[in-house]
Design a binder for this molecule. Structure first.
Ligand SMILES: Nc1ncnc2c1ncn2[C@@H]1O[C@H](COP(=O)(O)OP(=O)(O)OP(=O)(O)O)[C@@H](O)[C@H]1O
Length: 241
């Protein structure tokens, strides 16, 4: 369960670019909600605050006011424990793949679970096989396709056995085939998933949809009304340049 209690994110921004007068900018206005559904989608315009909301869940962003709790753990006071439970997948897998080969990358994740060093490579091979990457274990990560990299990033995160997964536009960079592979994989997970997406079909499959606009959650409900609300917002919005 993910709980937002008046969680707010503000930053100091230089008003004049020169840094002489700072102003407080609100990236996320107070959000209060209790997310218990297995699949929660977050949709909204570019720059509306979706990633900021998602980052609050594992403490990548901290609330400036209010609180965020995951399974009862406070992201500010119990950050490391929260991060052990919350996996995070970015739209750019290169942001999280740090080792030279696929098998080494998953093995690194297994270190976090205290799997003995002697067992990590074999366990990592098993995990890669489960994700259809068994034949790519020793291939340099940079030689994998974008879809294979995203699958590897997911494999690495899921290897840490998180109880909640936050996916920030995980299929944005993928072609339709790989989108389907990653979507099916995410849809089939047991874990609670908070999915930030511009893919309205994926949002429509969620149990609950939050719509973010100009740093505020402006709609929270079932997918049908959520997607309709987003479409209305987009129809009414001025062309962005
Ligand atoms: N650390 C920061 N300092 C200042 N501004 C920030 C910071 N992080 C995000 N922003 C700004 O906050 C706003 C919301 O950003 P956020 O990444 O949450 O939007 P988003 O809805 O995920 O956008 P997109 O769909 O384009 O990924 C943007 O205008 C962004 O530039």
């Amino acid at each position: 369960m993910i709980e937002f209690d008046a969680a707010t994110v503000t930053v100091y921004a230089a008003r004049d670019g020169g840094g002489t007068t700072d102003e407080v900018r609100t990236l996320l206005h107070p959000v209060t909600c209790r997310l218990t559904e297995r699949r929660v989608a977050v949709i909204g315009a570019n720059g509306s605050g979706k990633s900021t909301l998602a980052r609050l869940v594992n403490g990548l962003a901290l609330p400036s006011a209010g609180s965020v709790r995951v399974e009862g753990l406070d992201t500010v006071r119990q950050g490391p424990a929260v991060r052990r439970r919350v996996g995070f997948v970015f739209s750019d897998p290169d942001a999280q793949l740090v080792m030279p080969t696929a098998v080494e990358d998953v093995a690194l994740s297994l270190r976090r679970l205290d799997v003995p060093a002697s067992e990590r490579a074999a366990r990592a091979q098993e995990i890669l096989a489960r994700f259809g990457l068994g034949g790519r274990a020793e291939v340099p990560v940079h030689a994998l396709s974008g879809g294979q990299k995203q699958l590897l990033a997911l494999a690495g995160v899921l290897a840490t056995e998180p109880s909640v997964l936050v996916c920030d536009e995980p299929t944005t960079r993928l072609d339709l085939r790989w989108q389907r592979v990653v979507d099916d994989l995410i849809d089939g997970l047991e874990q609670q998933v908070l999915l930030v997406t511009h893919d309205l079909e994926a949002a429509a499959r969620a149990d609950r949809v939050l719509v973010v606009d100009a740093g505020a959650v402006v709609h929270d409900g079932d997918p049908e009304t959520g997607v309709a609300c987003y479409r209305e917002l987009m129809a009414a919005a001025p062309v962005p340049w």
